[in-house]
Design a protein around this ligand. Sequence first.
Ligand SMILES: Nc1ncnc2c1ncn2[C@@H]1O[C@H](COP(=O)(O)OP(=O)(O)OP(=O)(O)O)[C@@H](O)[C@H]1O
Ligand code: SF4
Ligand SMILES: [Mg+2]
Length: 397
Amino acid sequence: MSTAASDREVSSGDLGAGPDEHVLVDVKGLKVHFPIKRGVIFDRTVGHVYAVDGIDMQIRQGETYGLVGESGCGKSTFGRALLQLEELTAGSVHFDGEDIASLKGETLRRRRQDMQMVFQDPLSSLDPRQSIESLLLEGMQAHGLVKDKKAAGTRLRDLLKAVGLPPAALKKYPHEFSGGQRQRIGIARALSVDPKLIVADEPVSALDVSVQAQVVNLLEDLQEQFGLTYLVVAHDLAVVRHISDVVGVMYLGALVEEADADALYEEPLHPYTRALMSAVPVPDPTVEDRRGRVLLAGDLPSPANPPSGCRFHTRCPWRQESRCDTERPELRVIHTTGRAADERPHKVACHWAESIADGTLAPHEVDPSGGEQFQNPGNPQGVTGSFTGPASVTEVN
Ligand SMILES: Nc1ncnc2c1ncn2[C@@H]1O[C@H](COP(=O)(O)OP(=O)(O)OP(=O)(O)O)[C@@H](O)[C@H]1O
Ligand code: SF4
Ligand SMILES: [Mg+2]
């Protein structure tokens, strides 16, 4: 989408913090690097996978943060790191003001009650030998939430009702349910311990399209009913847009853009986000024409050997030799006029975000093999030619 055609205009500037709401999750400089080991007798560390490599993020109480990006960019690792299911290489995660990386043993286990996970594949995350009753009771017992049999029975039935399943489901086993019903059980299990935060990792991508919307709607209803905060990880832009208040776009272990969901979809500013959006069909042909197309060239580079400077420079149609290859851009606030008072600041990690948005910097072709790039100043609106490969992020309507 071109800036001229939008209500929003872009310039440099720092707008400071967004709305003054309670920050439930405060992530600073988070890194998760996995060692690559080689050797027959002695394991030698020969390198690292930089799965998460410097993320700052705030999730406010009661909101839904949608995290999108290509497969392998580190979304799941980030979600797991929030819940302390991965060891942090660097950085901190404060949950409700408490530094949870410093918690150990029983204190961490008790804190985990507040942070639950919903997985992509409910069948593999539910023990097939346990009845639904036993699956739901497990967490409640572990956190001392089962006072007596009668109260537990009432709570189990309430949980099933909340996720739209009948009480008879308690005596059944996971294989007796459809994919959508199993995901409802996965959600009930997360809810059973009364959490504050739910990290939902691709919660609907294993489900039929017809069932996806029902589960997304259920998540929204439950959020309202129980005052939940969500981090929803998805490669599907439609799911993220539908459910999220704020969206973060991830590329090779870092955030490249973050904004209110509507602002991000209306005016994507980072070249990578633009490419992801280009893969999303827009029903309005005028909008489709206006926004131009930016196709992603080449594959995602290996997170074990990320490009220097801006990590997107090997695929970026706006890459400039002066800074892009050597200087890693910070995620910084970009001033957008037309921004509502309660909107989050729009943040972008690109040295040239303003010039790209106002059209003073023209895109050029990218060699998908990662070789020489060609300046193409005569093609400021749409980029075609040797650009290959659709973005892996898809939209379902
Ligand atoms: N335990 C691990 N040991 C080594 N490498 C890992 C480990 N877990 C993840 N990785 C690597 O870290 C990178 C990020 O993986 P991650 O699963 O977080 O990506 P993702 O964005 O969730 O991808 P997808 O959309 O496919 O689920 C990948 O290159 C992956 O192979
Ligand atoms: S910093 Fe350079 S390479 Fe990175 S997104 Fe911006 S223009 Fe492209
Ligand atoms: Mg994943």
